[in-house]
Design a protein around this ligand. Structure first.
Ligand SMILES: [Zn+2]
Length: 563
């Protein structure tokens, strides 16, 4: 027997959840063809002694629709072990598109997902019109694999033009939308995405097309998948609509996320109960959980979350030098203290949570304060024997308002997060990779899960975490020949050191078209990332190869197995 690639002596964690075992993985023609003791010639051998060999991560919710056209690696997801991304979420997408739809689609994607419009304009070469043409265009040049949903807003725009942002559709228009979805799924799109969210509009302030659709229109469009007996549905923004689509169709529906929030402590449990109840009734209604804590950073030069308290607002509006003086003034300080010691008014949006235990010093300025790094203000106040507000204001005054804090009020309660992450009724993911590029780096959720939750907190086994990152999304999204290390499966693999894998500190990259800057985050501990049997990244460096492909819709299992 001869092989293209053999990975020797790794600890194989196959994605199914069974205990890892030592062995080799043999690959030929992009597929896994042998596991265990492999003998025979190989064009290339990788020694994985001391490393874990697992399926590549399937990132189940991204917005790389534009970026993938100029960046076939979908950075920075690929650096975290991701080998397949799902695009076309939240009703958005760049196909189908007539020439005159290109700018409006770019505008809505840019505004809703916070991707600078100049980057999309400079980066995208529109060499497609229909969904099948878009998939084929992507397929010619991919580093990672891409599975695409068809965005309802794009379809609506294509059929209705300007009117898509003004009015409900006619029966004739809905039937045209249905044919487009049918044609796209026939060509390999994995489903369709919807959104209802009145904060979603374009740069002219006009609502995204999806917001003008009635429930009936969405039910009719989604019904195409029932007719075809394949495909998944993603719904953003409107949880009731998500549940309605779940009950009306027989298809898997992904309709929201469950977040633990300091401001609404009961919310996560209510949503988890909803997920459990729907699934126990037999519905395929899935909600995502993001393993990373919301890590909003601020300094007291620029912070909005004190503004809802009038005494704070008037101080925060002062120029920095006067603001600093005000923070030192005993009378002002007394007023500020009175405000934060009053119980939080839950009717006021954005009211400061009073959770000093969730305000962490991220970066102190002075050398003498470096020991405060990583501590919460509550802990610092206790250590200093001070009132917490004094400890906070003394620090920021001493450091000229430049101390960097991190607010961890979302997904930061570790007991709640353990329940959510280990529940069989939640799906881990929704990175929004490619979106919110200036603020967020949630695409590091997979390396964070493996380092923080598995290695440090030990809330689940490595086998279980790998299963949740690979086999579970592959199964739910109908990517039936991925997500397992098993003969016959596509050879998408990540080979990593479980003792060191993890995200690195965030940085900034000026790597978007038109010289646009974004937040960046890389990872450590991943030795090789392999896509369709070929090495994409070697120690975090791109090999130059582009082995990715468009992953076409599930359909009957036999068509996949035969491929
Ligand atoms: Zn989204």
């Amino acid at each position: 027997m001869s092989y293209d690639l053999v990975i020797k002596n790794g600890q194989i964690i196959d994605g199914s959840g069974i205990p890892g075992f030592r062995g080799d993985v043999a690959i030929r023609g992009g597929r896994i063809v042998g596991i265990g003791q492999v003998s025979g010639d190989a064009k290339k051998v990788l020694n994985a002694d001391g490393l874990t060999v697992a399926p590549g991560v399937i990132d189940n919710h991204t917005h790389y629709d534009a970026q993938v056209t100029w960046d076939p690696l979908c950075t920075f997801s690929c650096y975290h072990g991701v080998t397949t991304v799902v695009i076309g979420n939240c009703s958005l997408g760049l196909a189908p598109a007539h020439k005159e739809d290109q700018e409006p689609l770019a505008s809505v994607l840019s505004h809703v997902e916070a991707i600078p419009l100049e980057a999309i304009r400079a980066g995208v070469t529109w060499n497609w019109e229909t969904v099948p043409q878009y998939l084929d265009a992507l397929d010619r040049r991919l580093g990672v694999n891409v599975a695409a949903l068809i965005g309802h807003s794009a379809v609506r725009r294509y059929v209705m033009g300007e009117a898509s942002q003004d009015r409900p559709a006619t029966e004739d228009e809905v039937s045209k939308m249905r044919s487009i979805v049918r044609e796209g799924v026939d060509a390999g799109a994995i489903g369709v995405s919807f959104e209802r969210n009145l904060r979603h509009f374009d740069w002219n302030g006009r609502l995204a097309p999806c917001n003008l659709a009635t429930d009936d229109e969405m039910l009719a469009v989604a019904g195409v998948l029932d007719d075809l007996g394949t495909g998944v549905i993603q719904v953003g923004g409107d949880r009731k609509l998500g549940v309605k689509l779940t009950k009306a169709t027989g298809r898997p529906v992904f309709y929201g996320n469950i977040t633990q929030q300091a401001v609404a402590p009961e919310l996560w449990r209510e949503r988890l109960t909803e997920a459990e109840n729907l699934m126990r009734e037999g519905h395929r209604a899935y909600q995502f959980v993001m393993p990373r804590p919301g890590d909003l950073r601020y300094t007291m030069k620029m912070a909005q979350h004190f503004d809802a308290m009038p005494s704070w607002k008037s101080v925060m509006l002062l120029p920095p030098e006067e603001r600093k003086q005000a923070f030192q003034n005993p009378e002002v300080r007394a007023k500020l203290r009175e405000a934060v010691e009053k119980p939080r008014d839950t009717r006021v949006a954005g009211e400061f949570t009073r959770r000093w235990d969730l305000q962490f010093v991220h970066q102190p300025v002075l050398a003498k304060n470096q020991s405060l790094k990583g501590k919460s203000m509550a802990q610092i106040a206790e250590e200093q024997g001070k009132n917490v507000l004094d400890a906070f204001l003394d620090l920021i005054v001493e450091e000229n308002l430049e101390t960097e804090f991190e607010r961890r009020e979302v997904n930061s309660d570790e007991t709640a997060m353990k329940t959510l992450l280990t529940s069989p009724y939640t799906v881990i993911g929704q990175s929004d990779g490619g979106a919110h590029v200036v603020f967020r780096t949630d695409y590091s959720y997979c390396t964070y899960l493996l380092s923080h939750w598995v290695r440090e907190r030990q809330i689940m086994s490595l086998e279980e975490a790998v299963r949740k990152l690979t086999f579970v999304p592959a199964t739910l999204f109908g990517l039936l020949d991925r997500g397992l290390v098993r003969p016959g499966m596509a050879a998408d693999l990540m080979v990593f050191d479980p003792a060191s894998i993890g995200p690195l500190e965030q940085g900034e990259a000026r790597d978007l078209p038109a010289g646009v800057t974004r937040r960046s985050q890389l990872a450590q501990g991943i030795r090789w990332t392999i896509v369709n049997g070929r090495v994409l990244l070697d120690n975090g460096k791109h090999t130059g190869d582009l082995p990715g492909m468009v992953v076409r819709s599930g359909g009957p299992v036999s068509t996949n197995a035969a491929a």
